[in-house]
Structures are given as C-alpha cells and as structure tokens.
Ligand binder design. Structure first.
Ligand code: NAD
Length: 253
C-alpha cells in the first residue's frame, strides 16, 4: 500500500546540522517516520534528542566540526557502530556570511565553501561507498536555497555554494543511479531559524520578504518534514537529481 512506501522503519539516517533549525525539524520528521537518526553537529543535540525521546524514537549524536573533512570517516564509523548500516544522508549543515561583495574576504569565502560545498561532496562520496558496499541503494538529500535560483544581496559565497548544490545533486544522481542511489535536494524558502535572525530583525527587509511570499508567512522546520521523508523513502525511488522547493510559493512569483 502507498503509505507503507513512506515508512522508514529499519532505515538509518545521518543528518548534519542536527542541533537546531531545519536540521532538527528533519531529524524529528525522519524519526517519526521510523528511521534511526544520527545527528551531526558542532554542539550537543540534546534538544533534538529530547523531542525524539518524546515518542520513543532512536537518536544518536556525533559531535563534529564540518569545516574539516577529517571528521568524515568518524561520522561514517560512529553511524556503523551505533546502528550497523546507513540508508539516508541529509546534508543540511550550512553557513552564511553577509558582506558587500566588494569587501568580501577570502577567509569568509573559504569558510562558507568548506561547509556548504567541500564537506557536502566528500560526505556524499563516503556514504555512497557504504551504500554500494551494502548493495541496497540509498538516499541522499542535499539542502539548497532560494539563492540556488536567485542572486541575493551581500551573500556572494553563499549564493555560489548553494547554486552549486543544484549541479552537484544532478551530477551525483547521474553517476550513482545505477547503484539505486537517488540524490535529490530541497530548496527551503525563507524559514524562521538562526540563519535568518538578522534578516527578520531588519524590519524593512522582513516586510519586503513577507510581502513576496504567497503563503504569507515564514516557513518553519516542520515544513521540511513531509518533503524530506518523501525523498528518504521508497515513495521517491524514481525521483533523481531534482531539487524540490519548500518555499510557500516564493519561486512561483
Ligand atoms: P541554522 O543556522 O539554524 O542551522 C545551521 C546548522 O548547521 C546548525 O545545526 C549548525 O550547527 C550547523 N553547522 C554550521 N556550520 C557547521 C560546522 N562547521 N560543523 C558542524 N555543523 C555546522 O540554519 P538553518 O536555517 O536551520 O539552516 C539549515 C540549512 O538550510 C543550511 O544549509 C541553510 O543554508 C539552509 N537554508 C536555510 C534557509 C532559511 O531561511 N533558514 C533557507 C534556505 C536554505
């Protein structure tokens, strides 16, 4: 039956940036659908764990700084140690640094690129190797942005890195489809998290943004849950290399 295809019981998911915001919302959604979740973050994920404990879901944290690729083998090993396999990877961790393009520093450019691009590719590669070893396929879900489609203002490295997520998602989907690995992405719209605190604090910008969202509200971490569960489940087995916007209609304007 169709709803059974969305059931993630017995599946193991890695979610990066699991302590807060969209990552936390996706951890809860995946766990509610039955997955065992390994949350990766720089800081403790105790809040995420408490939310999942409420319905007796499974959650383990791995503390790691994703600005270095050295942590990648540790994330894979810790997941295998905790739950014995990997079925789903959600590359959610991301950073944004705001500055006029004319003054943007190489330090800020590199910092954004390390987390939003380099880490994403090499974690995909490491997890795909496990998927291929296990021989049962797998699901990779990258997190893109409205700035995968638009230029934005004062965030050149973020826009470049998130635009590249669309291309990377397609490239990996092509190479790994033969192994029954589906690589897709979610492009969140304007969501109420730490990432947008500055924007929401600026009355003028906040009003301009809200006026342009057909749904008439900022998105929430819970808004990500249906799409991430779909892309993590058998219900999306013939969806490859595509980015789904969860944006209250922003791109439709
Ligand atoms: P957030 O700032 O609340 O969360 C970012 C997460 O990434 C946190 O868990 C943080 O700990 C983690 N992270 C950042 N750098 C890290 C590092 N070096 N090592 C380990 N973890 C690190 O923001 P969010 O809105 O929840 O963002 C989640 C994702 O969604 C990001 O990729 C972001 O770019 C993207 N996104 C957000 C919005 C929005 O409006 N909030 C819109 C589009 C895309």
């Amino acid at each position: 039956m169709i709803l059974d295809q969305f059931n993630l019981s017995g599946k193991v998911a890695i979610v990066t940036g699991a302590n807060t915001g969209l990552g936390q919302g996706m951890c809860v959604g995946l766990a509610e659908a039955g997955a065992k979740v390994v949350g990766v973050a720089r800081r403790s994920c105790e809040e995420t764990k408490a939310l999942i404990d409420e319905f007796h879901g499974e959650f383990t944290e791995v503390i790691a700084d994703l600005s270095s690729t050295d942590v990648i083998p540790v994330i894979v090993e810790e997941t295998l140690k905790a739950y014995g396999r990997i079925d789903i990877l959600v590359n959610n961790a991301g950073i944004i640094k705001r500055e006029d393009a004319i003054n943007y520093t190489m330090e800020d450019w590199d910092a954004v690129y390390k987390v939003n691009q380099k880490e994403v590719f090499f974690l995909c590669q490491a997890v795909a190797k496990e998927f291929i070893k296990q021989g049962e396929g797998g699901k990779i879900i990258n997190v893109a942005s409205m700035l995968s489609y638009q230029g934005g203002i004062r965030v050149p490295a973020y826009t470049a890195s998130k635009s590249a997520i669309l291309g990377l998602t397609r490239a990996l989907a092509n190479e790994w489809a033969a192994h029954n690995i589906q690589v897709n992405a979610i492009a969140p719209g304007y969501m109420a998290t730490n990432n947008t605190t500055q924007l929401r604090g600026d009355e003028k910008r906040s009003e301009e943004i809200l006026d342009r969202i057909p749904a008439g509200r900022w998105g929430t971490p819970a808004d990500m849950q249906g799409t991430v569960v779909f892309l993590a489940s058998h219900a999306s087995d013939y969806v490859n290399g595509f980015t789904i916007a969860v944006d209250g209609g922003w791109l439709a304007r």
